[in-house]
Design a protein around this ligand. Structure first.
Ligand SMILES: [Fe+2]
Ligand SMILES: [Fe+2]
Length: 225
């Protein structure tokens, strides 16, 4: 009796070219969905009446964080192609809060706007869980949502998520530092940024490279708008 089954379906081993083109297809699909989110987020933030100057600042911050997180995550499997989207969406909850704040005057007897201090307090308290909730309702992976939830303190993330959460927090803090002004001497960077970089395997020179790349990308992306 033959120990081979002549008509059994044999699994064909894909060639290297096929494997490469499959990973290319996955990469292309990831970039296509990223592009859709970029366009949707950009028109919501920049074209919605009533969201004000804060929406423009959020758009710029999101683009800087997207480029920085992409650089950081590009060597962190399995997140190599997720960094740009992760950085772009890390503060999505702020958009929800800005939309809510724009509606608030209609609910006030005198129609007044809430103070900037009140808006900041609402943003601080709610934007991370709100962003994670919205992304979960859109079907984003649990780890991605958890990274958004913990992006202000990635040490709170679970083991499966901590590398993406760390990249996202670092991308967000690099964007903040660019907005405040990147120091000409890297030794003048805040200690927390240096140690967060070290946790992700980036020394101060690499942090400066990532920041310079993010600024250059922001300029290029802004020209496209
Ligand atoms: Fe945030
Ligand atoms: Fe942020």
């Amino acid at each position: 009796m033959h120990d081979q089954v002549p008509f059994a379906r044999r699994r064909r081993v894909p060639s290297e070219v096929e494997c490469l083109s499959k990973s290319k297809r996955l990469e292309t699909r990831a970039w296509a969905s990223t592009l859709v989110v970029v366009v949707a987020l950009r028109s919501t933030l920049l074209r919605s009446p009533g969201l004000g100057e804060a929406a423009h600042r959020l758009w710029k911050h999101s683009l800087l964080a997207a480029s920085a997180t992409q650089e950081i995550a590009s060597e962190l499997p399995p997140w190599e192609t997720a960094g740009f989207l992760a950085g772009l969406l890390h503060d999505l909850g702020q958009l929800v809060v800005l939309g809510f704040v724009a509606e608030l005057p209609a609910w006030q007897e005198d129609g007044s706007d809430p103070s900037a201090e009140t808006v900041d307090k609402i943003l601080d308290a709610t934007h991370a869980p709100l962003g994670a909730m919205v992304l979960a309702s859109w079907g984003f992976p649990e780890a991605f949502c958890e990274a958004v939830l913990t992006h202000h303190d990635s040490s709170q993330a679970t083991e499966n998520t901590i590398s993406l959460a760390g990249a996202m927090e670092l991308g967000h803090r690099i964007a903040n530092q660019i907005e405040e002004g990147w120091p000409s001497d890297c030794g003048d960077l805040p200690e927390f940024l240096i140690s967060l970089g070290a946790r992700a395997g980036l020394d101060v020179d690499r942090l400066a490279d990532v920041a310079a790349e993010a600024e250059a990308n922001l300029e290029a992306l802004t020209k496209l708008s």
